[in-house]
Design a protein around this ligand. Structure first.
Ligand SMILES: Nc1ncnc2c1ncn2[C@@H]1O[C@H](COP(=O)(O)OP(=O)(O)OP(=O)(O)O)[C@@H](O)[C@H]1O
Length: 335
């Protein structure tokens, strides 16, 4: 069986800031975007990864090769191009320009022979199952999704030596980097980004990140909200009077989006409406229960946490929240 499709060059994608450069955590991004808009702070995860695989390093992933091959064959009909390691080596001029380091690998700059730039993420296979999941998630979701707010996945490489994802090149780098430099983005643009990110609608319903701490900013937002002093935060963050009401609304929407129980989070279509002011934002219930557990020991919500909803009036919106697969993308809007 030939493992390489005939090379069909992808068209250049949309310019501007895309939300999926750091796709391993887009729900978190939605939340972080919203909260960042309110207060201009982003928590960055610092993960050390190994250098890209060398030619004599052969790693075996946990999913067996036939299963992965079947997965790739099914997807092949749908869109992203399968590149060879040699092609990627050539496109990146032997990985000579490094763009950045993410949780799953190093990202290099490259260029197709006809000049369109690309970003090649070489996945670190030594990362337990994380990189493997990222690979399958990216290829099966954004590889088949076209959206103005999502970075385009041109293709991938998967063989016994390496796994890599080939993305549209973002001149402005990733969204989180841009957001952490809040001085460079006007409030109106931040609001647009928050809505644009919500419209992508992707979220991770079945996996929570447990790297929060008791002094995390989202928790601080909740504490101030509980005291009825959300306005103090927007003031502290230098948000002008004219925009404060909108900023407070966004912070409340963010608190809805970080509810511990997936079924208590509003659907992204409702999130968009709330952000746009079309739907009233009711006071959110307390999130981050695991942060308040005895002794401040971070413990993941139990199975019963995910089924316990009685006594909580959280289904005030008409839609129901679909419980999605870990990396499923739900488009909240076609725009
Ligand atoms: N498509 C791209 N175009 C330009 N630069 C990119 C692109 N994708 C990633 N980068 C650069 O590489 C860095 C690492 O990106 P990557 O997506 O691996 O990390 P991340 O944001 O931590 O996300 P993840 O959670 O998936 O690891 C980014 O901060 C950015 O500077």
């Amino acid at each position: 069986m030939s493992t390489t499709q005939p090379f069909s060059p992808p068209l250049p994608g949309n310019s501007g800031i895309a939300a999926a450069g750091m796709i391993g955590s887009l729900v978190a991004i939605v939340v972080i975007v919203l909260i960042s808009v309110a207060c201009a702070r982003i928590a960055r995860r610092g993960t050390v990864v190994a250098p890209p695989p060398t030619l004599n390093m052969v790693q075996v992933w946990q999913i067996d090769v036939p299963t992965m091959e079947r997965f790739l064959q099914d997807l092949a009909k749908e869109r992203p191009v399968r590149f060879t390691a040699q092609q990627l080596c050539s496109f990146t001029t032997n990985y000579s320009t490094r763009l950045g380091l993410g949780g799953f690998g190093i990202v290099y700059k490259g260029q197709f022979p006809y000049g369109v730039k690309m970003a090649v993420k070489v996945l670190n296979r030594s990362l337990d199952k994380g990189a493997e999941e990222q690979f399958m998630a990216e290829v099966s979701t954004i590889g088949r999704t076209y959206h103005i707010n999502l970075v385009r996945l041109y293709g991938f490489c998967y063989d016994h030596i390496m796994s890599a994802l080939v993305y549209e090149y973002m001149e402005n780098g990733s969204l989180d980097k841009r957001l952490s430099d809040t001085q460079a983005i006007e409030w109106v643009k931040l609001h647009e980004i928050a809505i644009g990110t919500a419209k992508v609608g992707r979220r991770r319903n079945t996996k929570l990140e447990f790297d929060e701490s008791m002094d995390s900013f989202p928790k601080h937002v909740w504490d101030e909200f509980e005291k009825g002093e959300l306005g103090a935060i927007t003031l502290l963050c230098g948000i002008e009077e004219d925009n404060r009401e909108k900023a407070e609304r966004m912070a409340m929407v963010a608190l809805w989006c970080v509810q511990d129980l997936p079924q208590e989070r509003p659907p992204m279509s409702v999130v968009v409406k709330m952000l746009e002011g079309e739907v009233e934002v009711k006071p959110p219930p307390k999130p981050f229960h695991y942060l308040y557990s005895v002794g401040n020991v971070l413990s993941p919500p139990s199975t019963s946490d995910y089924t316990r909803t009685e006594g909580r009036d959280t289904h005030w919106y008409k839609d129901t929240t679909p419980i999605m697969a870990k990396y499923e993308i739900q488009m909240a809007s076609s725009s």
